[in-house]
Design a protein around this ligand. Structure first.
Ligand code: ADP
Ligand code: MG
Length: 319
């Protein structure tokens, strides 16, 4: 079966900046792909190429079997897009904006209004529904933009950093809508800077850096590449360090490392919070004095450091 979203060797340059450097990607129909990468990795550029807003210098991309260049107008009819380039009409109300999108996508007047109301509810915009968007806050605009992308229940949906700047309630609303769309067979590509978020929402994750995919897999696969979860604890004395090491050895899924200087112990584990509780029980039984303990899961930074040898923030800092 042909992938719902497909890229081969996409290259896009802005002057001397190489935003996409031979990006390859294939997203099976009905699945959720997370495009994970730090600021400047090329995520938005890729989304813009897939959604026909930007033409790549070379390579090719297809969405639902349609070429992004040759079949651009047909393609626009079957995709939904939300992102950092919101297209809402300032002078219409929130409700009118969504209703207009619904009509543009060919919903009946009745269905379009019902869908608009449903989405306003989901994204906590009911109170603002009849006010012009002009007076909306940044967060409200973002929510409206997301709602707009979801009006037509598109077959293929692109969400560029969908939860950036959203409050927890809207974020949950969005996850609900995404789950429904995917259950109904939509294919989704979402970009994010957070491994946690990609983990929660995506079936597969493509890690991108400098305009190309540097790793691909499920969140668990990526995490295991960087060494999985670990307990990090700081104890009081060198003697505690030795006892802790002994007490926790049976829980370790890999090599334990200890730092005599800082009296920190790092223990690779699996099993998350139950491993944490078990370790506390063992430390308590041995009367080890623990100053600090925590369960650390790999972050995007850890993934990056392992895969590329540089930290994810580096590029930001270099700007
Ligand atoms: N219109 C533009 N003009 C010049 N450079 C751009 C433009 N858009 C993006 N870039 C550059 O291309 C690279 C990739 O950007 P982008 O796709 O926005 O990354 P991301 O969405 O992952 O943060 C960055 O170095 C960015 O500065
Ligand atoms: Mg971006």
């Amino acid at each position: 079966m042909e992938p719902a979203i497909e890229a081969e060797g996409l290259v896009k340059r802005y002057g001397s900046v190489v935003a996409l450097d031979g990006l390859d990607l294939a997203v099976p129909e009905g699945s959720v792909m997370g495009l994970l990468g730090p600021n400047g990795a090329g995520k938005t550029t890729a989304v813009r190429v897939f959604t026909t807003l930007l033409r790549a210098d070379s390579g090719r991309a297809r969405v639902a079997g349609l070429d992004v260049v040759a079949d651009a107008s047909k393609l626009r009819e079957i995709i939904g897009l939300s992102g950092q380039y919101a297209a809402v009409d300032e002078y219409l109300t929130g409700f009118e904006n969504l209703d207009m999108v619904g009509r543009l996508y060919g919903l009946s007047a009745r269905d379009s209004r019902a869908r608009a109301r449903e989405l306003l509810e989901r994204f906590d915009l009911v109170d603002a529904a009849d006010r012009p968007v002009k007076g909306y806050s940044g967060g409200m605009r973002r929510r409206l933009d997301l709602a707009g992308a979801l009006v037509a229940k598109p077959r293929v949906l692109f969400l560029d950093e969908p939860t950036t700047g959203l409050d927890p309630r809207s974020r949950i609303g969005m996850w609900g809508v995404i789950a429904e769309l995917v259950a109904a067979g939509s294919t989704l590509l979402l970009t994010t800077q957070y491994l946690e978020e990609a983990d929660r929402l995506a079936d597969r994750i493509a890690v991108i850096d400098h305009g190309k995919v540097i790793a691909l897999g499920s969140a668990d696969e990526l995490k295991s590449q960087v060494g999985g979860e670990r307990l990090e604890l700081t104890v009081s004395t060198p003697a505690d360090l030795a006892s802790a090491r002994e007490a926790l050895a049976p829980l370790a899924s890999g090599e334990i490392t200890a730092d005599e200087q800082t009296r920190q112990l790092t223990v690779p584990v699996s099993g998350g919070s139950s491993a944490l509780m078990e370790s506390l029980r063992r430390l308590d039984a041995e009367a080890v004095k623990v100053l600090d303990v925590g369960l650390r899961r790999p972050s995007l930074d850890d993934v990056f450091l392992t895969l590329t040898g540089h930290a994810a923030e580096e590029e930001e800092a270099a700007r």
